[in-house]
Design a protein around this ligand. Structure first.
Ligand code: HEM
Length: 426
C-alpha cells in the first residue's frame, strides 16, 4: 500500500512500530536510520507521518496554524466500543486545555495565566522543594540501598505539583495509578482487555478531578495556579472556559509531575552511569544546571509530540496531505548530528544543549519548564552533597509502553552509609 500522498513506503518505514522494543528502549537510536535516510516517512502501523530531524521538527513547532496541536492529547490507539462505553458512564469529557488549543483562543488564555511562572514566583517554591527532597533523603540515607523512583522521584514532583497548583494533597498512590492510566490511554497501545481497565482508571480520574475542582471553587481565597485559573474563569469565562477548567485539572496533574519525575530518573541514570561526570558534579556543584539541561537533551522525559496538518504542506521535501497526523520524535531531533556535535555523547559542557526540543518550541513551549529545571537542580544538589558515593546497581530498566513519556520505572542504587559525609560533619 502506498502512503496517503501516493508515494511508496520503504521497508523500514513499513516495519517501524513505536511500541516495539527498540523505540521503547531508546527512541533516538531506533530512528537513526530515519534521520540518515528518510527523515519524514509515513508509518502504516501508526497511521502517522513520522518526522525525525531537528530542523524539520523545529519548523513544525514554529507554525502552529499549519500544524495544529489539537490532537496532542488524542488517544493514539483508537478506543474500543467497550472502552468508549466505560468513559461515557463516567461522563468523560476531556477536551481543550492549553497544549491542544488552537489560536487565537490559546494565546488569549496563556497570556492570562502567566503570573505563576515569573522567576520570583518560581523561586518562592525552591525552599519547599528542598525540604521535601531532604526529608525523603533523611528517610533512606542510612539504608545503603534504594529504588530512587519509588522513594523520591515520583512522590516529590507530585507533591510539588500539587502545592504549585494549590490542589489539596490527596492519596498519592491513587494519583499515581490515575496518571499511568491517563498515559496509557493517551499515548499507549492497551490490549482490548486493558482498554476497559484503563478507561475505568481514566473515568475515575475525570470524576475525581471534577470533585477536587468543585472543592477548590468553594475556597475563593486559595493560592496556587489552579486558583488563578478559577479566578480568571470567573472574570473572563469566555477566555478561561468551564470546559477548560475541568480538562486542565486532570491534564495538569500529569503534565506537571510525570514529566519531571521521569526527567529526574533519566538524569540520575545517565549521570550515575558515568562516574567521572558524577564526581565532577560533586566537586563542582556550579555545573549542575548545565548538566541537568544536557540530560534533558540526551535523555528527555518527553520523546515525541503530535500535530495535525491543517492544509497540504511539504515537510523536508515530503508532501503531507491536509489532515495528516504527525509524530515529531523530539528525542531523535535531540540526537541529530546536523544540530548537535557528537549527539550521543553526554557532554555537560556542550554550549547548545539548551536548544533541545524536550520542552517543545514556539508558542506552546512548556510553561512549567523552569519549575521542572528547578526540581532537577535541587535533586542533584542534595544528592551530590549528601550521597556523593552513590552508585547504580546492575539492573535491567523497564518502561511504560507508550510513544511519548519516557523514564525508567525503577532506578536502583546503593552506597555505603559508613561513608556518608554527614557522619563526619553532622
Ligand atoms: C507543554 C514537556 C514540566 C506545564 C509542554 C510540552 C512539552 C512539555 C513537550 C508541549 C510543548 C509544545 O507543544 O511546544 C515538559 C517536560 C517537563 C515539563 C519535559 C519536565 C521536565 C512541566 C511542569 C508544568 C508544565 C512542571 C507545570 C507547572 C505545561 C503546560 C504546557 C506544557 C501548561 C502547555 C503550554 C501551552 O500549550 O501553551 N510541556 N513539561 N510542564 N507544559 Fe510541560
Amino acid at each position: 500500500e502506498p502512503a496517503p500522498n501516493g508515494c511508496p513506503v520503504s521497508s523500514q518505514a513499513a516495519a517501524f512500530d513505536p511500541f516495539d522494543r527498540p523505540y521503547q528502549l531508546d527512541p533516538a537510536e531506533a530512528l537513526r536510520w530515519s534521520r540518515d535516510q528518510e527523515p519524514v516517512f509515513w508509518s502504516p502501523r501508526l497511521g502517522y507521518w513520522v518526522v525525525s530531524r531537528y530542523d524539520d521538527i523545529k519548523a513544525i513547532f514554529r507554525d502552529n496554524h499549519t500544524f495544529s496541536p489539537s490532537i496532542a492529547l488524542e488517544k493514539i490507539t483508537p478506543p474500543s466500543d467497550e472502552a468508549l462505553a466505560v468513559l461515557k458512564r463516567y461522563d468523560y469529557g476531556m477536551h481543550r486545555t492549553l497544549v491542544n488549543e488552537d489560536e487565537p483562543a490559546h494565546m488569549a488564555r496563556r497570556r492570562e495565566l502567566l503570573d505563576a511562572f515569573t522567576p520570583e514566583a518560581l523561586e518562592a517554591h525552591a525552599p519547599m522543594v528542598r525540604r521535601l527532597v531532604r526529608e525523603r533523603l533523611d528517610a533512606i540515607i542510612d539504608r545503603g540501598r534504594a529504588d530512587l523512583v519509588a522513594e523520591l522521584f515520583w512522590e516529590v514532583p507530585l507533591t510539588v505539583a500539587l502545592h504549585f497548583l494549590g490542589v489539596p494533597e490527596e492519596d498519592m498512590e491513587q494519583l499515581r495509578r490515575f496518571s499511568v492510566a491517563h498515559t496509557l490511554n493517551t499515548w499507549g497501545r492497551p490490549s482490548p482487555a486493558q482498554q476497559v481497565e484503563v478507561a475505568e482508571g481514566v473515568g475515575r480520574f475525570w470524576q475525581y478531578s471534577g470533585e477536587v475542582l468543585r472543592r477548590m471553587q468553594a475556597r475563593p481565597n486559595g493560592h496556587g495556579w489552579m486558583h488563578d485559573m478559577i479566578a480568571k474563569n470567573r472574570e473572563k469565562p469566555d477566555v478561561v472556559t468551564d470546559s477548560y477548567l475541568h480538562s486542565m485539572m486532570m491534564a495538569i496533574i500529569v503534565a506537571a509531575h510525570e514529566t519531571t519525575a521521569l526527567a529526574t530518573a533519566n538524569a540520575f541514570r545517565q549521570l550515575l552511569s558515568r562516574p567521572a561526570v558524577w564526581a565532577e558534579l560533586c566537586a563542582n556543584p556550579a555545573l549542575i544546571p548545565a548538566a541537568a539541561e544536557e540530560c534533558l537533551r540526551h535523555s528527555g522525559s518527553v520523546v515525541a509530540w503530535r500535530r495535525i496538518a491543517t492544509r497540504e504542506v511539504a515537510v523536508g521535501g515530503v508532501t503531507i496531505p491536509e489532515g495528516g497526523r504527525i509524530l515529531m520524535v523530539t528525542a531523535s531531533a535531540n540526537h541529530d548530528p546536523r544540530h548537535f556535535e557528537n549527539p550521543d555523547e553526554l557532554d555537560i559542557y556542550r554550549d547548545n544543549a539548551v536548544d533541545h526540543l524536550t520542552f517543545g518550541y514556539g508558542s506552546h513551549q512548556c510553561m512549567g519548564k523552569n519549575l521542572g529545571r528547578l526540581e532537577m537542580r535541587i535533586f542533584l544538589e542534595e544528592f551530590t552533597r549528601r550521597l556523593p558515593h552513590l552508585e547504580l546497581e546492575e539492573q535491567t530498566f523497564t518502561f511504560l509502553p507508550n510513544t511519548s513519556f519516557r523514564g525508567p520505572e525503577a532506578l536502583r542504587v546503593r552506597w555505603d552509609p559508613a561513608r556518608n559525609p554527614e557522619r563526619r560533619d553532622p
